[in-house]
Ligand binder design. Structure first.
Ligand code: NAD
Length: 415
């Protein structure tokens, strides 16, 4: 396995936390590895009459705290090691927000961009037929991830219910609202992140009416633009970017106008009244809050010394490298780490699972209220660990998450 193997990285991050927590060898061994993993083949009849055999995966990393949960990726580069690593991260993410779930992940090696809707439906149903016995709202509950959609979740749920012969919408989340999706799932990731920013502003005495900038203007970035003002009651959006370039408006731009412009033109560049700015310059702006919401590894040891934001709220997964984490901590940049900052998505997925189990659906205000409560509590647990152990926020988040899973493993008598 190469040095960049994502599962090796996940294990190294766990090892660092395990060392500080002083976990015993058996506990380390059980938390370093998936409890169960499934690799299987899925034959699919293609539209041209041929049969294509796809490789599918499901990893149930750890179910000590509850049924495993995690998305399904349909991607040409999917391997068992990416699925294992993502399943480990889901275990820590559900733990850090203290929802009673474990971590899992799954996927199929395929290129959905080259498949028809009918072929995708047959693949979704084929995946479910192989693994249905191992799933359920009280066992393991998948959700959408890269290149999987609410429609795919609906087909999978339908296949599952056909197999078991009863209604069970809690088998999968991220479904369209008319067949058991939850209110509030669309903006949950950004909203959850902004709740943590609100708490950080209070702790650090940062002015919530100050400036903010967003790198990446897709689902997470656009909702962050709109909700920062709504949740914090103020703020001045000075810069946004996407893969085609960035823009800067010194006096601040209207979030609704820039979202509308992006939807109409497919880009943020050339927004009337703005100046162009590179993605690198955007990261180094002197703003109160920076939202990396695009790609991984954008804050590195090279640019970390130039980052001036007071708070970096990582809506993207993995935007900061381990070396940069240490530099940002020493400089006093307050990082809200990815698996805490973007946990609003899985939290509302959990609410969808709960609603499905009870067959009773909550109004939007209830979803938001419960999300706020979970994110606020999670932020303070991590902040308190960061203050107590004098470690950076990412390591503090690992310490909180791993400790909670270890506690339950011990209570169950596994070690
Ligand atoms: P998305 O595909 O909707 O948007 C990604 C955005 O990043 C696009 O605007 C794209 O133009 C931009 N981008 C791509 N390359 C860029 C570059 N070099 N510089 C600047 N911008 C660039 O994706 P998303 O759902 O918004 O996810 C963004 C990040 O948030 C990812 O890391 C994802 O894993 C993470 N995340 C999202 C969710 C969610 O619910 N959407 C949940 C958890 C984590």
């Amino acid at each position: 396995m190469s040095e960049l193997n994502p599962f090796k990285i996940a294990q190294a991050q766990f090892d660092e936390a395990a060392e500080i927590l002083g976990l015993d060898p058996a506990m380390r061994e059980i938390l370093r590895w998936p409890r169960r993993e499934y690799k299987f083949t899925i034959p699919v009849k293609m539209d041209d009459g041929s049969t294509k055999v796809f490789h599918g995966y499901r990893v149930q990393y750890n179910d000590a705290r509850g049924p495993t949960k995690g998305g399904l990726r349909w991607h040409p580069a999917e391997t068992i090691d990416t699925v294992r690593a993502l399943a480990a991260w889901m275990t820590w993410k559900t733990s850090v927000v203290d929802i009673p779930l474990g971590g899992g992940k799954g996927g199929v090696t395929c290129n959905p961009k080259e498949m028809s809707e009918a072929e995708k439906q047959r693949l979704a149903r084929g995946w479910m037929r192989v693994i249905a016995k191992e799933l359920g709202g009280d066992r393991d509950c998948p959700a959408p991830d890269v290149y999987t959609t609410p429609q795919i979740m609906a087909w999978m749920m339908d296949e599952y219910e056909t197999i078991i012969g009863k209604n069970h919408p809690a088998v999968i989340t991220g479904k369209p609202i008319p067949i058991g999706g939850s209110q509030g799932r669309g903006d949950a990731t950004a909203r959850g992140g902004i709740y943590t920013v609100r708490e950080a502003c209070k702790k650090l005495s940062v002015d919530p009416n100050g400036t903010y900038a967003i790198q990446g203007f897709g689902n997470a970035g656009q909702f962050a633009a709109l909700l920062h003002k709504e949740v914090l009651g103020g703020g001045k959006l000075v810069a946004v970017s996407d893969s085609r370039g960035g823009i800067y408006v010194e006096d601040g731009m209207d979030p609704e106008a820039i979202v509308k412009y992006k939807l109409e033109t497919g880009k943020v560049a050339d927004f009337p009244g703005s100046k162009p700015i590179s993605n690198e310059e955007l990261l180094e702006l002197d703003v109160n809050v920076l939202y990396p919401a695009a790609l991984e590894n954008v804050i590195t040891k090279e640019n970390a010394p130039n980052i001036k934001a007071k708070i970096s709220c990582e809506l993207a997964n993995g935007p900061t490298t381990p070396e940069a984490d240490v530099i940002l901590h020493e400089k006093g940049v307050h990082v809200i780490p990815d698996f805490l900052a973007n946990a609003g998505g899985v939290t509302v997925s959990y609410f969808e699972q709960v609603q499905g189990m009870y067959n009773y659906y909550w109004p939007l205000e209830d979803v938001r209220k419960q999300l706020d409560a979970k994110m606020t509590k999670a932020y303070h647990s991590v902040y308190d660990m960061h203050s107590e152990k004098k470690v950076h926020m990412r390591l503090a988040a690992y310490l909180v998450a791993v400790n909670r899973v270890a506690e339950v493993v011990k209570l169950r008598g596994w070690v």
